[in-house]
Design a protein around this ligand. Sequence first.
Ligand code: HC1
Ligand code: SF4
Length: 574
Amino acid sequence: VANIIINDKKIIVESGTTILEAAQKLHIKIPTLCHLDLHDIKMVNRTASCRICVVEVEGRRNLAPACATPVFDGMVVKTNTMRAIQARRTVLELILSDHPFNCLSCAKSTDCELQVLANEFGIDTRPYQGAASHYPLDISNKAIRRDLNKCIMCRRCETMCNEVQTVGVLTGYQRGFEAVVAPADMQPLSESTCVYCGQCVSVCPTGALTEQTARPEIWNALFDPDKYVIAQTAPAIRAAIGEEFGMAPGEAVTGKLVAALNNLGFDDVFDTDFAADLTIMEEANEIVERVTRQENLPILTSCCPGWINFLEYQFPDLSHIPSTCKSPQQMMGAIVKSYYAEKLGKKPEDIVLVSVMPCLAKKYEAARPEFAPQGVPDVDHVVSTRGLAKMIKEAGIDLATLEDEDFDHPLGESTGAGVIFGVSGGVMEAALRTAYETVTGKQLAKLEFKQVRGLEAIKTTTVNLDGTILRLAITSGLGAARTVLEQIRNNEVQYDIIEIMACPGGCINGGGQPSIHGDFSLIEKRRQALYSEDEGKALRKSHLNPSIQKLYEEFLGQPGSEKAHRLLHTHYFP
Ligand code: HC1
Ligand code: SF4
C-alpha cells in the first residue's frame, strides 16, 4: 500500500493505483479528456495523450498526467496549482486551435466533453492560429458519420473497437499534426469490416464520431398527408430516454414514450416487443426442431445486426448456425407492410414505418436490400434514442410531464418476454419460457431463469427442460462472441443454444443510447428497469400474447409455416 497526500488530504491506497483513481476516492476532481475507465467491461483507455489531467508531484520537475502516473509511498500531490491549471488551459487551447468552431451546428453540442471543458475553463478565443486540418466527411454508410476534423486523438474509439469488440477497424494513422484514428489507408468505413455496433460512437468525447440521422426524412413523412406513418419502439428505449429529459436513470418511461410519439403525430405507435414475442414463436420452434433432431447445433440468436455483420465478416464458415429468424425490427416491418397494410386497406408504399432503436447497426440492417421486397423497404427509417429525444425537444414536448398513454393494437401488445430482449440474457430467457412449455406441454412452475441474467461478458449454464438438458452460453460484446465462436470452430466446447449481443450488456448499452460518459452504473439501472417492467406485466410468455395468437390464426398459420418463412426468416452471406 501507499500513504499519499493529495491537496493536504491523506489517503492510503493500493500500490499501482493512479493519482487520478486516488483523487477520485477523495472526491477531488481532476479534469480528464482522453482517459476513460469502463472497467466493468474491461475497457480502460489510458493513453495519456491529451495531458489535461496534469498535476504537481512534490519533488518532480515536470507535471505528471494523473491518469497514467502510479502513486508511491509518501507521494505528495497538488492538483490545482497555478502551473497545473495554466498547463491544462494551454492543452485545451492547442486542441481548439485545430478544432472547428461550429459547436452550434455540431450533433454532439451540449453532450461534448471538449465543449464542457472549454466552457469550464472559459476559453473563448484562439490564441494559437495555425494550419487547420481538412478531411472529407465519411458518410459512406447508413449508420455512422465520421468527421476527422473533430478528432482529438484520444484513441478511445480505437481501444473500444480493438480491445473490447476485437473488430480492429480503427488505428492511429499518420503522425504529428496529421495524426487521426481511421480505418487502414484512410478507407471509408463502408470499405472496412466495421460492423456498425456504434460502440466507438458511444465513447467518442467530441463530434468526430456521431450517427447518421434520418430526422429530416421522418419529419417530412409526418407532415405528408398522403403517408400513414407508424412508429415502433425497441425494448431498450423505455429504459433510457428519460435520462435525456432529466429523469432518474432506471425509471422506465414506457407510457410517456408512447405519449410523446403520439404527440409527434405518428398514426400508430407499435411496440417492437410485440415483434420480439413473434421472434420467440419462430425461434423457439426452430430451437425445438434442431434440438429434437440434434441437428446443426448450437443454434445462435440472430436478432442483433452488429453481431450478424461480425459473423458474416469474421466467421463466414459458421454462417449456417444462427437461427434464420429475422430480427424483431425486421419482423415488425414485414408484418406492418403485409398483414397490417391489408387491415388498413393501404399499399405498403403508402405506409412509412419508423423504428426507434438504441442501436446504430439497425440503421444499416433496415437498409439491407433483402429487407426491401419489390423495392419497398419493410422499415423505412431508423432513429436512435438520442435522435428521438432531439425530435421530442424540437417539438417542444417535455417527456417528463406527459401523461402515460398505451400502445396501439394489435401490434402494440406484448409480454414481459418481449421486454427483456433489451438486456443480455433476455432473448435466451424469453426463448426458454416458450420452448419449455412447447416441448413439455406443461406450465413452467418458475418462469424466471436468473442464471442467464447479469452484465458479465460470457455466462454459461445448463437448464433442465423436464429431462432435456440444454447447454447454454450468453455473450455480450463482440470480444466475448469471438472467444466463444473460436471455441466452437475448434470443437472445444459443446453448447445447444447461444445468445450473442454485440454491445456489452445488450441493447440497453447500444450505440444509439444516451451517453453514459464513463458511468457504467447507468447500464445496471437500465437493466433493472426492464426486469421490473417484465415483472409488472400480466403476461410474461410470448406464446400467451393474444395478438400473436390472432396473427397466427388469421394470417401466418403455424410457427415455421411457409408463409412465416417467407415473411419472417432470412439468410446470411458468408
Ligand atoms: Fe434490441 Fe431487438 S432487443 S436487437 O437488443 O432483438 O436494437 O432494445 O430492438 O430488433 O426487440 C436493439 C433493443 C431491439 C430487435 C428487439
Ligand atoms: Fe469498430 Fe464498432 Fe466503431 Fe465499427 S462501429 S469502427 S466495429 S467500434
